[in-house]
Design a protein around this ligand. Structure first.
Ligand SMILES: O=C(O)CCC(=O)C(=O)O
Ligand SMILES: [Fe+2]
Length: 195
């Protein structure tokens, strides 16, 4: 696929590629820690995430922009910035600015604000990790709400750690809690339904 980059700011492309690489290596270290904590070989997960940065992997970085809310902004009832969802990959690293609005869902269905803390990165367990662990780790359901009153534009960057395209994700405990899925079909299937 042809890559299109904005030309207006020359430093954008190198900065984003650098973030993409660093976020991937952080994600890989987290996957190693997770494998050890689960009593697996340290490289169980990262060995299945080797293709990041190549055509064999959907590991990617998404920049989200939420426009400024002014006195003139028309907000309809129940309007939402990003509706509730769980990301459909392994892990998400989330970088948010200081504007707030991100919420995660508790077990009882209520919503908990994820207040921005400078210098920190959000970490979400996602749907493929939930399938691998047969629900031992549950995907983080999250959303972004419209702020009450005026608010400057908000930006966030989500880095999605995705298994390599040909990886089959099946329950590690041998159960049939979820049927095995091919990574690329699973991710593109949900993507096509969403957009
Ligand atoms: O903007 C945020 O804080 C969340 C973004 C998000 O959920 C996503 O890009 O999947
Ligand atoms: Fe998300």
């Amino acid at each position: 696929m042809e890559q299109k980059w904005p030309q207006e700011v020359a430093s954008f492309k190198p900065a984003l590629l650098n973030l993409n690489r660093k976020a991937t290596s952080l994600g890989i270290r987290i996957l190693q820690g997770l494998a050890l904590a689960m009593g697996l070989d340290r490289h169980f997960f990262d060995g299945l995430h080797k293709g990041a940065g190549t055509r064999k992997s959907l590991t990617s970085t998404r920049c989200n922009y939420y426009p400024e809310v002014t006195d003139e902004t028309v907000i309809v009832p129940n309007q939402i910035r990003i509706g509730e969802h769980a990301d459909y990959v392994t892990l998400t690293l989330l970088f948010q600015d200081d504007q707030g609005g991100l919420e995660v869902q508790r077990k009882d269905g209520s919503w908990c604000p994820v207040l921005p803390v400078p210098g920190t990165i959000g970490l979400f367990v996602d749907l493929l990790l939930q399938r691998w662990t047969a629900d031992k780790l549950k995907a983080t359901v999250h959303r972004v709400i419209v702020p009450e009153g005026k608010c400057p534009a908000r930006q966030s960057i989500a880095h999605f750690i995705v298994p390599d395209d040909d990886v089959e994700v099946k329950c590690l405990d041998g159960s049939d809690t979820y049927e095995p899925v091919n990574t690329r079909s699973f991710v593109t299937g949900i993507f096509d339904k969403t957009y």
